[in-house]
Design a protein around this ligand. Structure first.
Ligand code: SF4
Ligand code: SF4
Length: 148
C-alpha cells in the first residue's frame, strides 16, 4: 500500500522542546504492546474509554513521565520503549477518499522547518502507525477515519 506524503518541502527535526509532552489537551494513548513495554511504569498508566483502553497519566506539567523536560522512558530504557504515539508525533495519518493512506504533519510542533527530514524517519513513522493500529489498520483504511 503506497502512502501519500502531504508535506513535501516542509522539513522537520526534533528540537527537544517537550511541547508535545506537555501541551494542553494532548494525551498519549497506549495500545497493548505499549502497555507491555511500560510494565515498569504501571503507576503512570490509567484506564480510559474509547478506541484505546489505556493512556498515560498527566499532571500540571503534562505527561507524568516528563522530568526536567526529558522523557524518563527514553532516559531509563531507551527510545524503543517509548509509546508509539510519542514516536509518531509530529506525524499523523488520515485516509483519502480513494483509500490512500496520507501521512500528515502537525504544524504546531517546534521542530517544523528545522533541519532536514530524514527519509528513514518517514519510513519508521509509517511502521509505527501500523503498529499502533495493528489489529484494525485495514478497517481504518476502509472507513477513512482521521487518527493521531
Ligand atoms: S513538539 Fe516537536 S520539536 Fe518539540 S519535542 Fe515534540 S516532536 Fe520534538
Ligand atoms: S512518554 Fe515520554 S515522550 Fe511520551 S509524552 Fe511522556 S515524556 Fe513525552
Amino acid at each position: 500500500m503506497k502512502w501519500e506524503i502531504t508535506f513535501n518541502g516542509i522539513t522537520y527535526r526534533c528540537i527537544n522542546c517537550a511541547y508535545c509532552c506537555s501541551c494542553e489537551g494532548w494525551r498519549i494513548y497506549l495500545n497493548y504492546f505499549d502497555v507491555l513495554k511500560l510494565k515498569d511504569y504501571k503507576d503512570c498508566i490509567e484506564r480510559c474509554e474509547g478506541e484505546f483502553k489505556y493512556r498515560l497519566k498527566i499532571n500540571e506539567r503534562g505527561c507524568v513521565l516528563l522530568n526536567n523536560n526529558l522523557c524518563r522512558v527514553h532516559l531509563e530504557k531507551g527510545y524503543e520503549f517509548k509509546p508509539l504515539m510519542c514516536k509518531i508525533f509530529p506525524f499523523s495519518s488520515m485516509v483519502k477518499w480513494d483509500g490512500t493512506p496520507l501521512l500528515i504533519i502537525k504544524h504546531y510542533c517546534g521542530g517544523i522547518c528545522k533541519g532536514e527530514t530524514d527519509k528513514k524517519v518517514i519510513k519508521e513513522v509509517i511502521k509505527y502507525i501500523k503498529e499502533l493500529y495493528f489489529d484494525n489498520f485495514e478497517e481504518i483504511i476502509e472507513n477513512g477515519m482521521e487518527h493521531s
